[in-house]
Design a protein. Structure first.
Length: 128
């Protein structure tokens, strides 16, 4: 059996605001059926594309980083060409960069406006 990942959905307090942040960060278009309860970004039609969803959760509490008082539950990784430039742009759009960075030379931990941690990584270089 082969499974194909088609969607990832994050809990949050404001789905439209979080969808707007990730739209700016990824360029994925806002799904036409987005509303205050559930918003999404989609690349490609049907199961062949990726859907990134944001669902409103009552009493949402953002994950803690690096502690685990409120577990992360999951995090996303994004490849970027320049860690500093990407982090700066994301902060302009509402993200924060926590002080604790396990390997700032290889990746950066960033918190989206709802507090979800995600990582920015550099493209893998072919081994010689």
């Amino acid at each position: 059996m082969l499974m194909t990942l088609t969607a990832v959905t994050l809990d949050c307090a404001d789905p439209l605001a979080l969808a707007d942040f990730y739209h700016r960060a990824t360029g994925l278009p806002l799904h036409e059926r987005s509303d205050a309860e559930f918003a999404g970004l989609a690349r490609g039609p049907g199961a062949s594309g990726l859907f990134l969803g944001f669902q409103r959760a009552d009493d949402y509490r953002p994950p803690s980083w690096p502690g685990q008082d409120v577990p992360q539950q999951l995090h996303l990784d994004f490849v970027v060409d320049d860690l500093d430039e990407a982090a700066t742009r994301l902060v302009e759009w509402g993200a924060t960069v926590p002080d604790f960075q396990p390997r700032p030379d290889l990746w950066r931990v960033v918190l989206d406006p709802a507090g979800h941690p995600f990582c920015l990584t550099l493209p893998r270089r072919p081994e010689a």
